[in-house]
Design a protein around this ligand. Structure first.
Ligand SMILES: [Zn+2]
Length: 214
């Protein structure tokens, strides 16, 4: 059963969400160290990054002070059979674009929205012109009983964050910045996005992948 990686790699060059600090990967010890220092016997690094950077998951606490934090989310909510919705080249995803998928959405707890925007990764407009979900689209996902959505763009909306508020207010989880969705194709699959158990926080970087079931 092939696994398809749906996440971005992390490096000092990974672009953070605008306004957030950059990813910083420092070398604490290196076997390649030269000069006066003695060569070290191991490699060890340190990672610093903002939580909503690259491929990550939002917990309800991101917008709701009384909502569950990421360490309180059961792992079973982060993995399971998923539906992939083709929503190519739509700048605004409204309820009308999702309503024809209602039956599939009702049958799955995990919905992955494929717009193709991930192909813009690294371009100047990646964070400024990405697709957004309307509040009505978010409400349709809630009404269909979806537990988690994943999107291939950096945020489900822009201020005043109406879609975030509807989704997280109904305890849906949001995975942002998925990539490589073309590789899934029409096959049935399980989606997984596994967070770190960061105590009391609003989200986590994830390793996201699809497991093809055929
Ligand atoms: Zn986020």
């Amino acid at each position: 059963m092939p696994l398809i990686d749906l996440g971005y790699p992390l490096s000092n060059n990974t672009p953070p969400f605008p306004g957030d600090p950059s990813v910083e990967i420092k070398i604490l010890a290196s076997t390649a160290q030269t000069g006066r220092e003695e060569r070290q016997s191991l490699n060890c690094g340190q990672l610093t990054l903002p939580i909503h950077c690259a491929t990550h998951i939002d917990a309800p606490y991101h917008f709701y002070a009384n909502g569950p934090t990421i360490d309180q989310i059961p792992l079973t909510d982060c993995t399971g059979p998923a539906v992939l919705l083709d929503l190519f080249d739509l700048p605004v995803i409204d309820a009308q674009h999702l309503s024809s998928h209602r039956e599939q959405l009702t049958a799955h707890h995990h919905a992955i929205l494929h717009t193709g925007w991930y192909r813009q990764w690294g371009e100047d407009n990646f964070f400024t012109e990405h697709p957004v979900l309307t509040a009505a689209a978010a409400q349709l996902l809630v009404d269909c009983g979806v537990h988690l959505i994943g999107v291939d763009f950096p945020s489900v909306d822009r201020p005043p964050h109406e879609a975030h508020l509807v989704l997280l207010g109904n305890n849906l989880l949001i995975v942002e910045n998925l990539t490589n969705l073309d590789a899934i194709g029409p096959r049935p699959f399980d989606f997984s996005a596994i967070p770190l158990a960061i105590v009391g926080r609003d989200g986590s970087p994830v390793r996201a992948f699809a497991r093809i079931n055929d």
